[in-house]
Design a protein. Structure first.
Ligand code: RH7
Length: 130
């Protein structure tokens, strides 16, 4: 109904704003677009569900996320994939893992500080009612 659509629209606005702020952070540049599987031919053999900020935005615009929890499941893939694909003890891998951990902490801090628990509970109620 109208009020429920207003809640879901507010959710999309919040999620878009989170991604926009992450995309402005130069530490997270490697996470803004899908890993180029022509440059990295084995990527899809290792990583079963690639994810990046541009794909999250597309998913938001396609109304794929009805709760912050559903969004977080995909957002977490970004840093989880980076830790999985870049495990080596060399400076390049360690650098991207450091950024992946920074992304994990930053997303959690934004959600903790800016998401009202009552708002997420309303989103979960709407999703369960459908
Ligand atoms: C989130 O980003 C990543 O997990 N990666 C892993 C890939 C391996 C390495 O760095 C990435 C891109 C790349 N392209 C060309 C040659 N080598 C690389 C970015």
């Amino acid at each position: 109904d109208k009020q429920e659509e207003d809640v879901l629209r507010e959710l999309r606005l919040f999620l878009r704003n989170v991604i926009e702020r992450l995309s402005l952070d130069r530490r997270f540049r490697a996470f803004t677009k899908p890993v180029d599987t022509e440059e990295v031919p084995d990527y899809l053999m290792v990583i079963k569900k690639p994810m990046d900020f541009s794909t999250l935005l597309t998913n938001i615009d396609e109304h794929k996320y009805h709760t912050v929890r559903e969004f977080m499941a995909d957002a977490d893939l970004i840093w989880q994939n980076a830790l999985e694909y870049n495990p080596d003890n060399d400076p390049i891998d360690r650098h991207i893992r450091h950024r992946a951990c920074a992304l994990k902490d930053t997303v959690r801090a934004i959600i903790r500080d800016e998401l009202d628990g009552d708002f997420e509970r309303v989103c979960e109620e709407i999703r369960e009612s459908r």
